[in-house]
Design a protein around this ligand. Structure first.
Ligand code: R1P
Ligand code: URA
Length: 293
């Protein structure tokens, strides 16, 4: 495809020379990025930095860039859901891979390291609250990735085929998609982490099998997901961003990994007594590794 100038309506740059939603300029972003859902969690990460270089905020998108030793890291809040992931991943990519002066895609592309530090609900009895899960795959039941053209590996196609055969999804729901984590990043996060397939849902209540007053269209969803197995693969947990991050990483060529503190166990019907402490522990453990990447 010709490298055409990207129009003002498509790549929106504000008066500060910063991208539309994140309000961050290209020079204000590191190549190693931590994403968190909660804007308040950005400060809980950056308080561990030796030096903070800049703080930016627009809407729910808070960004702090700084250093741990010589390692430059940006931490960015995404808010909740893969609709926000569409915005954040596209804007992070534009900040490194599009020249903001010429509006042309750069000839040499940068592959960012993007690591989500989030919260999640476990779908296996053996994964207790306050433990940590690394997502070997993101399996999307949301509707973001069907809007993009992407390639799946043979292994991903086989796993998705097995999922389609075993798990009943109510008619009219999204078509499932599946992406593997960056193997290079995953290899750094083995000790002290559970690992498995993470299901990404378009909501927290019925889309995750929770009924308060609404009636579930698919009451067997949790049992179906918990019981899924293909070769050594199991579904470990539920959340709301991972498949979007992995899918957009595939489309744009970034290395992505999603790590969650388990705050709920849906099989034992337990919730963490101190989810804040579990997230703080995940941030400390995660930063210890991320600083060495
Ligand atoms: C729901 O409570 C939110 O928590 C999880 C879900 O993915 C969703 O965003 O992640 P975060 O704690 O990172 O936001
Ligand atoms: N986040 C989710 O999306 N689901 C849970 O059960 C817990 C955290």
């Amino acid at each position: 495809m010709d490298n055409q100038r990207i129009a003002e309506s498509e790549l929106i740059i504000n008066n500060r020379g910063a991208i539309y939603h994140l309000d961050v300029r290209p020079d204000e972003l590191a190549d190693t990025i931590i994403t968190v859902g909660d804007p308040d969690r950005v400060g809980s990460v950056s308080k561990h930095f030796d030096r903070i270089e800049g703080k930016f905020q627009h809407r729910e998108f808070v960004t702090h860039t700084g250093y741990i030793g010589h390692k430059r890291i940006s931490v960015v809040s995404t808010g909740i859901g893969t609709d926000n992931i569409d915005i954040v991943l596209n804007e992070l990519d534009a900040l490194v891979n599009i020249d903001f002066n010429t509006r042309l895609v750069k000839p040499d592309l940068t592959s960012l390291k993007i690591i989500r530090l989030g919260t999640s609900g476990a779908l296996q009895e053996s994964i207790p609250v306050d433990s940590f899960v690394v997502s070997s795959h993101g399996l999307g039941l949301d509707n973001l990735m069907p809007y993009y053209a992407f390639e799946n590996t043979t292994a991903e196609k086989q796993l998705l085929e097995a999922f389609r055969g075993q798990v009943f999804l109510q008619p009219g729901g999204a078509s499932p998609c599946l992406f593997e984590a960056s193997a290079a990043l995953h290899n750094h996060f083995r000790d002290g982490f559970h690992t498995g397939i993470t299901v990404t849902c378009p909501g927290f209540y019925a889309p995750q099998g929770r009924a308060l007053r609404g009636t579930l269209a698919n009451p067997n969803l949790i049992d179906n997901l918990t019981g899924f197995s293909y070769e050594s693969h199991r579904i470990t947990n539920f959340e709301m961003e991972t498949s979007g991050i992995y899918g957009m990483g595939r489309v744009l060529g970034h290395q992505c990994l999603s790590i969650s503190a388990i705050v709920a166990n849906r099989i034992r019907k337990e919730f963490s007594k101190d989810g804040g402490a579990a997230v703080a522990a995940l941030i400390e453990k995660g930063l210890g590794i991320i600083a060495t990447l």
